[in-house]
Design a protein. Sequence first.
Length: 413
Amino acid sequence: MDTVVAMPQAGPLTEDEAATIAYVRDLQRDGRLLLRHVARRADRSLAMSPGIAAVPQITVLTEDPAAIARDRGKFQALTGCVDALSRQAAPANASTIRLTRAYLRSATEGGEPSVEVKARVRWLRAVIFSLIVLVVLAVIVSIGLLAHVDNGRRAVQQLQASVAEIETLQGELAKLPPNAWVPPRVPALELTYRPMCPGSSAYALLPADTPDGARADALCSLLGQAALRNRLVMMRLARWNSLSCGVPLLDPCTPPDAGETMYDQSMQHHWDRTELRTASVISTLTGFVLPLLMGFIGGAAYVLRRLDHKLSENTLEVRDGWHAVLRVLLATMLGGLLGVVWSGDEPVQLGGFALTLAAAAFFVGFALEAVFTVIEAMVEGVAGRLQTPPPPQVITAPPMIVPQMPMGVPGQS
């Protein structure tokens, strides 16, 4: 550093001299911070750097800044010491170490952190705290929606199973001979002890006291239990649909014809008890809402993992706050658009693994760089095919020069 200004022994300091002393003071502060950082790391050794092995060079970190600014040799020793400490502390530097320690509220020497560093730390804490709160809420909502979707799917499967069982029992009842049924002689007494078979073709008949009647009685009992289970499942579907009303973005809470009635019941009653509405809500949740949330959670998981790595390495920077915001926004956008690319309930095939749409959205949000690499390769491939190939160049051969043979020998007649 040959540009150091030589300062007089006494008298007021000029503006350049004051700036030089302030610069030396900052170098000393950075050097002490780096020395403390390197000394506390188990994977760093001060003896590895020959530039800071000698005691006189380390003492320049605590000498008078004005004296160092006047002495060119001491100034060069200070810069060499700070440079050697910076190489030892890599990938961290004085700025990232100071910001990380302020973020973690670790002990620092007097005068640190500065007002500027405190303002940056407040900004980072606000961003990270907001992100953590949103992630916790997104995880809770996602788990609730996943459990809600699983409950709806199980209810639909149970409804389909009960309907199939009822159809099977009704088919078995239809195969029985006519002598398996008898008309009730005393309806009041007979219905008290042996109720009529529900839902069968012999609706007003009772099982007879014959072997076929015994089988009819058993089938009627099974049919009654199946009808009861079907009714309970319909009640479960109605409960599920009432809970999901208004939660998805595309789920109507009322049917198109709200004033129409059927079988002395409003269409709202039938709409709430049908599996059609349940399937519609499940399709909306698994196709758009859950991928959006899982993409956000995947991006936030990457950001928090990167933040943990930077805190452990003391490499936290101010731009990490904006990087976290943009990363989460991009992950949320791609996760929400994943439902448009892969529609339906079929699992997504990625790398030989079958994943649900929500799981694929989480991986897309976490591995954003890999996704953008694939998208850029696809776009470049399509753009290369759409470009018009250049016309072939026609290479014309130069004209051939045929030498002319002399007609005669000169000097001869």
